[in-house]
Ligand binder design. Structure first.
Ligand SMILES: Nc1ncnc2c1ncn2[C@@H]1O[C@H](COP(=O)(O)OP(=O)(O)OP(=O)(O)O)[C@@H](O)[C@H]1O
Ligand SMILES: [Mg+2]
Length: 509
């Protein structure tokens, strides 16, 4: 079998890091090739090289046996390479349509033939089950929808080689299944795909070969049919990982959070909440199950104070906080890991250490009489990076230089270490490698065991089921079911998630 892509002896250095150290990857024509490895292993770096976004310090790239040299993504696109990036490269104020056709626009005379483009895109959306409103502006879309736009954009450019950098991290299980099917269909039609993911189940389901990287080098490569979860995790982490989460028995204490018939306003591209009543107690994890886009985003944000409640009341420790500012809520003990870490979770141009102390830089011990204690800040930051497995040479680097999963770990480290009364964790392990996922879940369990209240919002039903003492199901902005741990299996919960069943859910006697 001929190789579609050969990345040969690629080395790429950044200040203080060798992101790729003599890496070689061979990808056969018309195969799905899994590229795996811990956060910071160097996966995005080498794919950016293949896509012409950056140049290797050493090494060569061959396409279909011929050496190529790309100076920009345009060169790669011309050769039929498409890439769906880990962090979307879309223009937020433009429509979906404009974003898709940018640089690849059918012309009618001198003007853009949008009608023709819409027809063609319509066919792609139909064919691959990827629905998005073409007239919506990008900033109105959910994370999952933005991802779909990126995929449609690549397909519209008729790619022969498609690089998918963690495409499923932001998708719901149903969307993931649809994408995996799309990938298989593309492969049958002659497309070669490189698929980066942290989810081993997906790797085993669709890939033909895998290459595993760790700390900038290849640790293994081979036929997927000769791999299993144990072997892969060993290649990824260097040792076997246990997926057990130790937790004390369930003994809920006082009410930490209470929501009484809280509704939020309609916003474009968002599902508002309709009269949500909810209680979270000390020592309790309440997990939110539901297909993404059924009010999960509003639920986290209304409690954290990012959006106002239109009606209803929110109480923290019996105290009304419905109208309190974000800052007041933080001071009263609400911590929030938001779902979109780049938009609301982190200050992109600030250093890792500044991001870690974002909420407490003006308080002791970091600051006394308006003077910041930089030594102290650095020491605490370095400790947090070490504890939360943030892979960086130095906490004075800007957060933008971190790999995707490591950025998430910075946000998690900041929020978890603020000793909250209530933790709102929205998609806390999204894009995080298996070792760190396990670590974050263990930390959530520890917060619960220490008597904190936790609201866990996750698109991963497995995660919700493994972690939660109570599970609520959100459907079209309403709570349609509530279960205690172990009361329902995933199929039953699935029926509520899809709206085919509902219960009467009430709190209190
Ligand atoms: N522009 C940059 N400047 C400095 N360092 C960088 C830059 N881009 C990447 N790095 C570093 O290179 C290493 C590899 O990063 P890369 O993004 O390739 O990891 P990854 O395998 O894609 O991880 P993840 O699974 O978290 O996305 C990391 O240590 C990262 O901090
Ligand atoms: Mg990456």
């Amino acid at each position: 079998m001929a190789f579609a892509i050969e990345l040969l002896n690629i080395t790429k250095r950044f200040p203080g890091v060798i992101a790729n150290n003599d890496v070689s990857v061979h990808v056969e024509e018309c195969e799905i090739h899994g590229l795996l490895g811990e956060n910071g292993a160097g996966k995005s770096t080498i794919m950016n090289i293949l896509y012409g976004m950056s140049r290797p310090d050493e090494g060569i790239v061959r396409l279909y046996g011929k050496e190529v040299e790309f100076h920009s993504p345009m060169d790669a696109i011309q050769q039929g390479i498409g890439m769906v990036h880990q962090h979307f490269k879309l223009m937020p104020d433009e429509t979906v349509l404009r974003n898709i056709i940018l640089g690849w626009t059918p012309k009618k005379g001198l003007s853009i033939d949008e009608k023709k483009a819409m027809e063609e895109i319509g066919v792609i959306m139909e064919q691959y089950g990827l629905k998005v409103n073409l007239k919506a502006k990008i900033h109105q879309l959910s994370v999952g929808e933005k991802q779909r736009v990126e995929i449609i954009k690549a397909l519209y450019r008729k790619v022969k080689i498609l690089i998918l950098d963690e495409p499923t991290a932001v998708l719901t299980p149903a969307e993931t299944d649809a994408l995996l099917e799309t990938m298989q269909r593309l492969k049958k039609q002659g497309c070669t795909i490189i698929f980066i993911t942290h989810k081993l189940r997906e790797v085993l389901a669709v890939t033909d070969h895998v290459t595993v990287m760790r700390k900038g080098v290849v640790t293994g490569t081979g036929l997927t049919s000769e791999m299993n979860v144990g072997k892969l995790s060993k290649l990824i982490v260097g040792k076997e990982v246990s997926m057990e989460i130790p937790m004390k028995s369930y003994q809920p204490g006082k009410k930490v959070l209470e929501m009484k018939q809280v509704s939020t306003a309609m916003r474009p591209g968002r599902m508002p909440l309709k009269e949500i009543s909810l209680e979270i107690h000390e020592g309790e994890i309440v997990g939110v199950a539901g297909v993404d886009g059924n009010g999960q985003s509003d639920l986290g944000e209304v409690i954290a104070g990012l959006i106002p409640a239109e009606s209803g009341n929110i109480l923290l420790d019996e105290e009304e906080i419905t109208k309190s500012s974000i800052r007041e809520r933080r001071q009263k003990g609400i911590a929030h890991v938001p779902e979109d870490r780049l938009k609301t979770g982190a200050a992109k141009d600030c250093t890792i250490s500044e991001n870690l102390i974002l909420n407490c830089y003006d308080q002791a011990p970091f600051s006394r009489r308006m003077v910041m204690d930089h030594k102290k800040i650095t020491r605490v930051s370095e400790e947090l990076c070490e504890k939360y497995l943030v892979k960086t040479p130095d906490s004075t680097y800007t957060i933008g230089t971190l790999s995707g999963g490591n950025m998430q770990k910075v946000v998690v480290a900041r929020e978890f270490s603020s000793s909250p009364r209530l933790l709102i964790a929205a998609q806390p392990t999204r894009g995080v490698d298996i070792g760190a996922t396990q670590y974050i879940r263990t930390k959530i369990a520890e917060l619960r065991d220490a008597g904190k209240g936790v609201l866990l919002i996750s698109a991963e039903l497995d995660e919700v089921m493994a972690m939660s003492d109570q599970i609520i199901v959100l459907y079209e902005g309403e709570i349609v079911a509530r279960f205690k741990r172990g009361e329902a299996d995933e199929y039953e919960i699935g029926e509520y998630m899809l709206g085919s069943k509902r219960q009467e859910v009430t709190y209190g006697e």
